[in-house]
Every structure is written in C-alpha cells, then in structure tokens.
Design a protein around this ligand. Sequence first.
Ligand code: ADE
Length: 359
Amino acid sequence: MQATRTSARRLASALLRWYARHARALPWREPPGAKSPDPYRVWLSEVMLQQTTVATVRPRYARFLARWPTLDSLAAAPIEDVLAEWAGLGYYARARNLHACARIVAAEHRGRFPDSEAGLRALPGLGDYTAGAVAAIAFGRKVAAVDGNVERVIARLDAIATPLPAARAAIRARVASLVPPSRPGDFAQALMDLGATTCTPRQPRCLLCPWRAACRGFASGEPERYPVKPAKRARAMRHGVAFVLTRSDGAVWLTRRESRGLLGGMRQVPTTAWTATPPSAAAIRVASPAGASWRKLPDPVRHGFTHLDLALEIRVARLANGGRPRGDGAWWPRAGLAQAGLPTLMRKVLDAALGGRAP
Ligand code: ADE
C-alpha cells in the first residue's frame, strides 16, 4: 500500500516537472503554476474540445469569445445565433447544451459556475470528463478528468489487458489515485498534453516520456497495443435525398431541421428522412419542396457523423417564375449563403449542387 502511494506521488511530480517545460501554450490556458483561469473560458474551451481537435478549436474559440466575452452575454444571445456561430464544429446538441447551461448558470447560480465536480455534473452538457476538467482546472479540485488521450496513457502505463470501454472504470480509478492535492488543474492538463504530444496513438515517443521507467506498456515492447480495442462493430449507414431548389436570380430555398435529432434546429436544404434503406419514390415525392423537373446528380454526398455514415443523393431544380415551394422556408441569396450558419454536411451538398461556387 505504502509503496503504491509513494509511486503515485512520484508519478505526479515527474509529470508536473515535465509539464513545466513542455506545456502547450493554448489560448484558454494559464501557464503551469499560474492562478486559476476564468471558469467561463475553461468551460467554453472544454465543451468545444469535446469532439473537436485543438487545431480546429483555436480560431473558433477566439471568435466565439470575441462575440460573447462573458457568461451573461452568451446567456442573453438567441439560440439561433449560437447555433450559427457553432456551424462546422459538429454535433449541435453541444451548442444547444452550451446555451442552456449558460442560461441556467446566469439565472439560477447568479452567473457563477458551481465550484464542485458534482455541481458541475448537474449542468447540461457536462459529462464526467468535462465536469472533472472544469472542477480541476478552474477550481483546483482534486478530481480526475479522463478523456480519450488520458485513457490511452493510463492503459499503457498499467498495460491494461481489458479492452475499452470495459476498462473505463479501472482507468478512472487509477487517474483519481494519481491526482495530487496541489495543482490538480495542471496535472489534468499535463496528462492531456502527454497523451496529445508524446503518448500518441501511433509511434509514441517513449524516449521523451517522464513515465517511461514506470510504464508497463513500454516494458512490454509494444506500447501501441494499448488500449486494447474492442471487436469492431460496423457503423450504421443512413440514406436520404436532398433537394437543392434555386430561383431564376440564383437564390436557394432553405428550411430548418426539426429541433430534435441530428443537426437539430440547423438550416438545411430540404431532405427526406435519413433511413436505413434508400427512401422510396413516394417518400421522395412527399419530401420534395416543389413540383419541378428535378435532375439527379450522379454521385451522392457522403458524410460521417459520430455514430453513423450518411449518403445523400442530390436532386437539383430551378423553380419556374412565380412558383412557390411547399412548407416553411426562405429564399437565400447565393452570395449570402456563407452567413446562413449551414452545417458542414449542407455546405458539401450545396458545393456539389452548385458546382463549387457555394457557399
Ligand atoms: N483537450 C481537451 N481539453 C484540453 C485542455 N484543457 N488542454 C489540452 N487539451 C485538451
């Protein structure tokens, strides 16, 4: 017992020493050993980073913060503006939760984030990882923040033979046992940086690792075997048809998706439902926004979401002068499409349909 505890302390201090020299300079971060950063900024960056790379988040974080520099300003913003600003960051439930969370903290917590992991966990959009990260980084709480990078580091450190996700509880417990009482926020970020820069998925740079001497994965000679992967399941496939309807002045007919489900509430060109088998002729007729002479593009647009792959067949038509599409929607001038807050999938669709001139 004593031996384990000592080695946990040693591991933590070796990592913090490494972090003092190798911490990545990131816009939402204070340098190692500095004061706690603004919880609003920590929370915003952690939500943005949930499924998105640091390289993508950097400029988007700066832009978001310039537009809504405080929690109260974000809480006061219309959800449509937040969704449009989020365009291209993917997984729009995150933006909805972000906004709902800002409103709750503004209205029910007098604009201050709860300073405990449990209090944070109760807010929309904060799962175990994000609640742990914000509690440790912004409030100096001695808690674990375990993301995919951290799982990899720990699975290698202990050469954990159980595949993910079954190994998660053990990994989390191990991280919790390693978090030091002082500087838990630096420890959390050091572990993330170690995973991102050194204990990388392929060709880890073990010779540069502060934990090499204790690492059973390194000792095994095959650190890349960890974490052990579960047997692969095929990703679900969905099919649909998208309708790109233009007017003689080039404007494009856009609608809004229902608020629930994938890309909920985002702008789109009308589509059929996205189904496991390609939609029937009847389903296509019902979803079509207008009787027109539709031209089918030879190749579908393919797009990968977190849990499924979508193939959207594209149909293009120009509405006759004076014609009006069915249902709710709006004509968007071709030159204004970049401001429509279109998700990446819809940009791909318009790009395919309008010949690389959009949006
Ligand atoms: N990935 C997610 N959160 C991060 C953080 N705070 N620092 C570095 N990488 C991260």
